[in-house]
Design a protein. Structure first.
Length: 257
């Protein structure tokens, strides 16, 4: 067995990461949030030939899907959501008519793997602290390491540019909150600002998650649970069909432009 050198290992990591990051300082689509809607959007955008990167503040991707319902790692999808899982080759089991279960771990790991293999890049442990706006349109993200943010250290961030941005940050609507707080940009909601999430109503929420997936201000599409939180829809709990379909719809909107 050949000898290994710790310094070469370090150089390899730093150089390869730097190459990847520099390449994605400018891109077609920047997705913020690595939950199910963000991952699905990344896959379909990459398959559609877009240069796409996903920024996730946590060390792991997958959002709430990892934990299924209350840390029981099974998820439920309806018939329409099952078709998305079928496209990824994720196995499902029928529970009763229009209710299918799937292993949460298989879902996340499979969708993420296929998105990366399709060409999407994932940058984990990165959070968005600001946006770049030019002529009323969001044209980029201001990012920093999320562990750095957690320590409260005041270190200047870096920036990346994107033609389109998807806020798939779930309940927190992190990108939209920054826009609302810092920019003179009116959101296309009923009141022109974030409406806030309502209490659980699975049937209504699943439909609204898809309906609310759209451009919410110039340059930004909102997807997944962030779409319902932005437009005042209810949460849906551990049924994930709407999230998967929302990610696909967000990708289709951009691919159609």
């Amino acid at each position: 067995m050949q000898a290994l050198n710790e310094i070469i290992i370090t150089k390899a990591i730093v150089e390869r990461f730097a190459e990847k990051f520099i390449e994605y300082t400018e891109m077609d689509v920047a997705i913020v949030g690595g939950g199910p809607s963000g991952l699905v959007a990344a896959y379909f955008l990459a398959m559609g030939g877009k240069k796409v990167a996903l920024f996730e503040r946590k060390l792991s991707i997958g959002g709430g899907m990892w934990g299924g319902g209350m840390m029981m790692n099974e998820i439920v999808v309806q018939e329409a959501g099952k078709k998305i899982l079928d496209a990824f080759g994720v196995r499902t089991r029928e529970y009763q008519q229009n209710y299918f279960t799937a292993d949460a771990i298989e879902c996340v790991s499979t969708i993420c793997s296929m998105a990366v293999k399709a060409g999407a890049k994932v940058f984990n442990c990165m959070t968005v602290e600001d946006v770049i706006i030019r002529d009323g349109r969001v044209t980029g993200l201001v990012i920093t390491w999320s562990p750095l943010e957690m320590t409260g250290l005041h270190v200047d961030p870096l920036s990346v540019g994107a033609t389109h941005i998807i806020d798939a940050t779930g309940h927190d609507t992190e990108v939209l909150k920054v826009i609302e707080r810092k920019a003179d940009v009116v959101l296309v909601t009923e009141r022109g600002k974030l409406m806030g999430e309502r209490s659980m109503w699975a049937e209504k929420a699943e439909k609204l998650t898809i309906e609310n997936t759209r451009e919410i201000c110039p340059g930004v599409i909102v997807a997944g649970m962030a779409a319902n939180a932005a437009f005042g829809g209810p949460r849906m709990g551990p049924i994930f069909g709407g999230m998967l379909l929302s990610g696909k719809k967000a990708a289709e909107i951009i691919l159609s432009l």
